[in-house]
Design a protein around this ligand. Structure first.
Ligand code: NAD
Ligand code: FE2
Length: 370
């Protein structure tokens, strides 16, 4: 038995101006974005609504204090939030659709079940998270020094609007980290025991588009990614649909202490874990869905299936070179504690593993990345 639904309505526009001219933006809508996105795209459209700029509330990816501070500044009559940004802005906006008496930490720790009181329109400006179509939001909890994901159906956006021109202003580094995140969403959801034919189709299409784009960049140089911006945006949306159904797994779970404690950007932290998690899967469960994945990557990369994953890691390294964990300041003494925090806090993800990874496996994976 399965139910595959896609709650947000997905729309596409060539430009933000076309979106603003067609959709009714109202006085009691609130735009949450960054000033450097607002100025070139939104300001010229003279929209009637107010805007808040996320970067004025703190740097980096979302944390509970940042969300609580933005919340205090939201006009009381706000009926709809329009989030225009990367996963950071989108995930913050999801929490801010709730009204009532709560702190962000209470929501993430499950002590309060909040009620949605505002509509949410999302325009992604990175090509990674797929957050515009998932019911997931991810936040660092300052008191716990880790990131935690929360999945609530009330956090689905009402509309996801894909506008390729919004992505083209991304600096290369964030194109790289976000597109790697999308590729890993597609792989983890493909291998998830919850995958069904529908989610697999979205995973496969996302993989095809991202690998084709990466091969194009390998031939034409880093900035050429902009020629493929629309494909990367579509691929990240497809990967979001796939993992929104089938879930992410150990790569994401093991990366959370890296993001929470060392503030490594989400996609980069995932890439650091990716190859070693896949190697552990291969050792523990070589036959099965993994062989289908190797065939898929072999086809897209033009190599034999048994070489495909190693060639994939090389290609990903040309997009964003990996560094060992020790270069970020991590030491092997921390890894048992990382593994414990993953086992304690990330069961939502570990349930979707291709195969079980023990505490010892996790510590070995961190050591192999160090
Ligand atoms: N909710 C989900 O389903 C989900 C899934 C994966 C990741 N995430 C979360 O999303 C966050 C990461 O999101 P991200 O990878 O999109 O990065 P991000 O939102 O943190 O953005 C990265 C950087 O790029 C800048 N930026 C964004 N769009 C830009 C543009 N068009 N032009 C110029 N600069 C731009 C941002 O200001 C930021 O400095 C993490 O917190 C991660 O945990 C959420
Ligand atoms: Fe992710």
């Amino acid at each position: 038995m399965y139910t595959f639904s896609l709650p947000p309505c997905i729309k596409g526009y060539d430009t933000f101006a076309a979106f603003a001219a067609t959709e009714q933006l109202e006085k009691n809508d609130l735009i949450i974005t960054n000033e450097f996105i607002f100025d070139p795209f939104v300001k010229p459209c003279n929209v009637p609504c107010k805007a808040l700029f996320q970067e004025r509330y703190g740097a980096g990816e979302p944390n509970d204090q940042m969300i609580d501070a933005i919340r205090a500044d939201i006009p009381a009559d706000t009926k709809r939030i329009i989030a225009i940004g990367g996963g950071t802005v989108i995930d913050i906006a999801k929490v801010l659709t709730f009204t009532g008496d709560w702190t962000t930490e209470e929501i993430f720790m499950g002590r309060v079940i909040p009620q949605k009181a505002r509509r949410l329109t999302v325009i992604p400006t990175t090509c990674g998270t797929g957050s515009e179509v998932t019911n997931v939001t991810i936040c660092e909890l300052k008191n716990l020094s880790t990131k935690k994901g929360l999945a609530l159906d009330t956090m689905y956006a009402d509309e996801a609007v894909l506008i390729p021109e919004m992505v083209r202003t991304l600096p290369y580094r964030f194109f790289a980290t976000s597109s790697i995140d999308a590729l890993i969403h597609a792989v983890e959801s493909y291998l998830s025991p919850k995958a069904i034919a529908h989610s697999e189709a979205f995973s496969e299409k996302a993989i095809e588009k991202i690998i084709a784009g990466y091969r194009y960049i390998a031939r034409n140089g880093g900035e050429s990614w902009k020629d493929k911006a629309e494909d990367f945006l579509t691929a990240s949306n497809f990967a979001g649909i796939a993992f929104g159904y089938a879930g992410c797994a150990a790569v994401h779970a093991l990366s959370y202490p890296l993001g929470g404690k060392y503030h490594i950007p989400h996609g980069e932290a995932n890439q650091l874990m990716f190859a070693e998690v896949m190697r552990a899967y291969r050792v523990k469960h070589p036959a099965g869905k993994l062989t289908q994945l190797e065939t898929l990557f072999g086809r897209e990369l033009g190599v034999k299936p048994e070489e495909a994953l190693d060639r994939l890691y090389e290609l990903m390294d040309t997009i964003l070179p990996r560094k060992p964990l020790r270069e970020y300041g991590m030491t092997p003494e921390e890894f048992p504690q990382f593994a414990d925090s993953v086992i304690e806090g990330q069961q939502r993800l570990l349930r979707n593993n291709y195969t079980v990874l023990t505490r010892e496996d996790m510590i070995a994976i961190y050591n192999a990345c160090c």
